[in-house]
Design a protein around this ligand. Structure first.
Ligand SMILES: O=C(O)c1ccccc1NCC(=O)[C@H](O)[C@H](O)COP(=O)(O)O
Length: 207
């Protein structure tokens, strides 16, 4: 079964709706300046008691930025240079790669840190994430083959294109932020439902 991560959750109503429609994970942005940013206090309000069996992923630049967010996983972009400090952080880890071209595949091949999954997102010159743009999925196929790791496919996914993405890449998990929003940080519950329904329908066609 393909897992679904709904990212950029900023309020309890959206978290509950996503969980009710069958999301496996909820993403919370702890990167300042994102329109989807949530403070540690806000994270506590929304996610201290998550819906049963739904994992919480906090999105950070460096692993230690997650120290005040009691999440299950961290999704991080850069390892800190202070490995001692980073090791004190006990979250399970998802390493994010922003897919630009074949040079990103070299980075992925060289990456050997222990992580639960690689999240592959679109490279954007101004935005770290949540850009709403797809990338060349052939790169994701190659990244999956080279790394041998579980893949979370992100970047511009929508209820309309997610089945094509699954067919092309066959990732373990898909991630969406802007494709299920009415405005940045505000989820459109009908789109969340349609996205998860499209994933479950694709899964059902495989069996
Ligand atoms: O979503 C953000 O605002 C964001 C800002 C800074 C770093 C990461 C961010 N999002 C991380 C995600 O995992 C998004 O879900 C991913 O980039 C896909 O976004 P979208 O293309 O909008 O579906």
């Amino acid at each position: 079964m393909t897992r679904v991560k709904i990212c950029g959750i900023t309020n309890r109503e959206d978290a509950e709706a996503a969980a009710a429609y069958g999301a496996d994970a909820l993403g919370f942005i702890a990167v300042p300046h994102s329109p989807r940013f949530v403070s540690p206090e806000r994270f506590e309000e929304i996610a201290a008691q998550p819906p049963l069996f739904v994992k919480r992923v906090v999105v950070v630049m460096h692993p230690e930025d997650a120290n005040n967010y009691p999440a299950d996983y961290i999704q991080y972009y850069h390892e800190t240079t202070d490995k001692g400090q980073s090791r004190r952080n006990t979250h399970w880890r998802i390493k994010c790669f922003r897919m630009k071209d074949a040079s990103t595949l070299d980075e992925i091949q060289a990456f050997s840190d222990p992580v639960s999954a690689l999240l592959l997102d679109t490279y954007h010159k101004d935005k770290l994430g949540g850009a709403g743009e797809t990338f060349n999925w052939d790169l994701a196929v190659e990244a999956k083959r080279l790394s041998g790791k579980a893949i979370i496919l992100a970047g511009g996914l929508t209820p309309e294109n997610v089945a094509d993405a699954l067919e092309a890449v066959r990732p373990e998990c898909v991630d969406v932020a802007s494709g299920v929003e009415s405005s940045p940080g505000v989820k459109d519950h009908a789109k969340v439902k349609a996205f998860i329904k499209a994933v479950r329908a694709w899964d059902a066609r495989q069996s």
